[in-house]
Design a protein around this ligand. Structure first.
Ligand code: LLP
Length: 416
């Protein structure tokens, strides 16, 4: 379900016309539907209600303060991966007691700050990191809670760049080593080893690989007689970009809940894309239509710096006209950005109504890993972000200006 729908061939975000917003804020811009964000969160929360889940929204998918706040208001926790995300989480008003912190490369200062803030737990990704957190906690005279991120060596069906739970990846710790950690838990006097964590990948459309990984971990807990209180099953729930048929929240929960029965384990989830992916679009204007011998290129004012997923993962995003023209002639088009790279495309070989300069297009399903992966490549100011809430739209991040591009830079005297 999402709230980007046509009425009389005009695209709306909830009750607001996308074209009206474009007129006010210019293009390109990211546009989010508050109602959709909340709806997705509630669906997941309801599906797991009987075991009182802690749902930590994965900030890497979209760290905008307003997006986070919308979810915090619903009772969400946050999944962070850096000191920067911790900073944002606090600025958004998060309760540190609901923040979980994963990352294979946490720095000392980041660990210290997270302890100082009193986060819920670290998801620890190596023995060396465990030792470091133990030392820092000791120096701060604290005893803190950690979960060990397990690498369950399970292969989800997804793009290789977003597979994270197989033994070839840098993530998590093999079960044999985890057992050793628990056997030697007295080495970690300043830590409570209270949980295990898995995250096997992203854009996973079926429950099977989760079931496999969770079963593996739960039988490990039993066999090794490990005393843990929580199992974090990560994020990764897939969404519809094109013709995918992902499990619903309910189907997913129905598959997972039986595995937790009688285990006494608290479940933690870290969804990003499931909540925000289809809650956002990227709105862009057509600058030129360029016909070459082999192709028709629609050149738009958003590029790979704004949305890198098509170039980076060959990801499919539907392109939708902000105004449909029924009966218009149809074309085969590539939608490309202004950036000086042949990899700068948003869509290839699409059948689309005839496009004219000035037309406004929506790149659908762009809420997750859209703005959060945007860059200033080609010295392009990043777009603004807008959220529709109850029939009104709000700029939740202003468009960057040229001054923002050089913020923090200086020319040393030696060059003057
Ligand atoms: N938890 C951990 C430890 C993660 O590494 C991730 C994502 C998540 C949760 C959230 O996963 P989600 O529910 O959003 O699938 N940039 C890529 C996706 C990278 C995902 C990285 N980790 C993309 O645009 O498809």
């Amino acid at each position: 379900m999402h709230e980007f729908k046509y009425r009389d061939n005009i695209l709306y975000c909830e009750d607001v016309r996308v074209a009206d917003i474009a007129k006010k804020v210019g293009t390109p811009f990211y546009l989010y539907s508050y109602q959709t964000i909340v709806d997705h969160f509630r669906k997941l929360k309801d599906a797991f209600r009987e075991i009182d889940p802690l749902i930590c929204f994965s900030m890497k998918s979209n760290a905008n303060l307003a997006v986070c706040k919308a979810l915090l208001n619903e009772g969400a926790g946050l999944d962070i991966v850096s000191g920067g995300e911790l900073y944002r989480a606090i600025k958004a008003g998060a309760d540190p007691k609901k923040i979980v912190y994963a990352s294979v490369g946490k720095k000392k200062e980041e660990i210290r700050e997270a302890i100082r803030r009193g986060i819920f737990m670290f998801n620890v990704e190596s023995v060396a990191e465990l030792a470091l957190i133990n030392r820092i906690a000791g120096n701060m005279s604290k005893k803190i809670d950690v979960a060990i991120r397990v690498n369950p060596d399970v292969k989800p069906k997804t793009h290789k760049h977003i597979t994270t739970g197989t033994k070839e990846t840098k993530f998590g710790i093999a079960l044999s080593v985890v057992e050793n950690i628990f056997d030697n838990s007295n080495r970690y006097r300043h830590l409570n080893l209270i949980g295990l964590h898995i995250h096997i990948g992203s854009q996973i459309t079926e429950a099977a690989p989760y079931i496999k990984a969770i079963k593996k971990v739960i039988s490990f807990i039993k066999d090794a007689r490990i005393d843990v209180k929580s199992l974090n099953i990560g994020g990764g729930l897939g969404i519809i970009y094109s013709k995918e048929k992902p499990q619903t929240a309910k189907e997913f929960a129905n598959a997972i809940l039986p595995l937790f029965k009688g285990s006494g384990l608290r479940i933690i989830l870290e969804p990003g894309r499931f909540i925000i992916g289809n809650s956002g679009i990227l709105v862009t204007s057509v600058l030129y239509v360029k016909k070459t011998q082999s192709k028709k290129f629609v050149i738009v004012d958003a590029g790979m710096n704004d949305l890198i997923r098509p170039s980076f993962y060959e990801a499919y995003h539907e392109i939708a006209p902000v105004t449909r023209r029924p009966g218009a002639a149809m074309d085969n088009i590539d939608v490309v950005g202004p950036i000086c790279e042949s990899g700068d495309f948003l869509a290839k070989d699409r059948r689309f109504q005839e496009v004219r300069p000035g037309d406004i297009l929506a790149v659908m399903s762009a809420g997750a890993y859209g703005f959060s992966m945007a860059s200033n490549y080609n010295a392009r100011p990043r777009p603004c972000e807008v959220m529709v809430i109850n029939g009104r739209f709000y700029i939740i991040r202003r468009r960057e200006r040229y001054e923002d591009l050089i913020r923090g830079e200086s020319i040393p005297k030696a060059l003057k």
